[in-house]
Design a protein around this ligand. Structure first.
Ligand code: DQA
Length: 147
C-alpha cells in the first residue's frame, strides 16, 4: 500500500523560512522521517511538494485508486482554498491535515481551516514530529478499516 506525503507552498524552504516558527529541519528531513515510519509498517511513500495550488489538486485527484491515504500540509492554502477542499471531498483516500506550528497561537487568519471539515483529522503544533504522528494515525485508521 502507498501513502502520499503532500506539502504546499513555501515548505520547500523549510529550515530557512522563519526558523523560530518552523524549526531548522528541512523538507528532506521530514521526508526521511515519514519514509522510516512508512517502511516500518510495510507501506510505500510518494512525496510531492508544490507552490502551486493546481498541482496540489492534480496530485489529490491522482491519489484516487492509487493511494491508501494522504499526509497533507497545505500551508497557506489551508486558510483560503475552496478548490483544495473540493478536491479532498471528491476522493476516497483519507487525508490528515498537518501544521508544524500551533496555528491557534498565531494570527487570527490562521485559526480557520477551510480543509479540516473534509479531512480525517488534524495534527497541529507538534513541530515536524506532527508528520510522524499523522502518519501513524493514518496507518492505524487504514488498517482498522481493512483498507
Ligand atoms: C503551516 C501554517 C500555515 O498557516 C502557514 O501558512 C504555513 C505553514 C504550518 O505548518 O504550521 O505555511 O501550515
Amino acid at each position: 500500500k502507498r501513502l502520499l506525503l503532500l506539502n504546499g507552498p513555501n515548505l520547500n524552504n523549510l529550515g530557512n523560512r522563519e526558523p523560530e516558527t518552523y524549526g531548522s529541519a528541512t523538507l528532506a528531513d521530514v521526508e526521511s522521517m515519514v519514509q522510516e515510519v512508512v517502511l516500518s509498517h510495510n507501506y510505500e511513500l510518494e512525496h510531492f511538494q508544490s507552490n502551486h495550488e493546481g498541482e496540489l489538486i492534480d496530485r489529490l485527484q491522482q491519489a484516487e485508486g492509487n493511494i491508501a491515504g494522504v499526509i497533507f500540509n497545505p500551508a497557506a492554502y489551508t486558510h483560503t482554498s475552496v478548490a483544495l477542499r473540493d478536491a479532498i471531498a471528491a476522493i476516497t483516500p483519507p487525508v490528515v491535515e498537518v501544521h508544524i506550528s500551533n496555528v491557534h497561537k498565531r494570527e487570527e487568519f490562521r485559526h480557520y481551516s477551510m480543509l479540516a471539515p473534509v479531512c480525517m483529522g488534524q495534527v497541529v503544533g507538534f513541530g515536524i514530529d506532527g508528520y510522524r504522528i499523522a502518519t501513524l494515525g493514518l496507518i492505524q485508521k487504514i488498517e482498522s478499516e481493512g483498507g
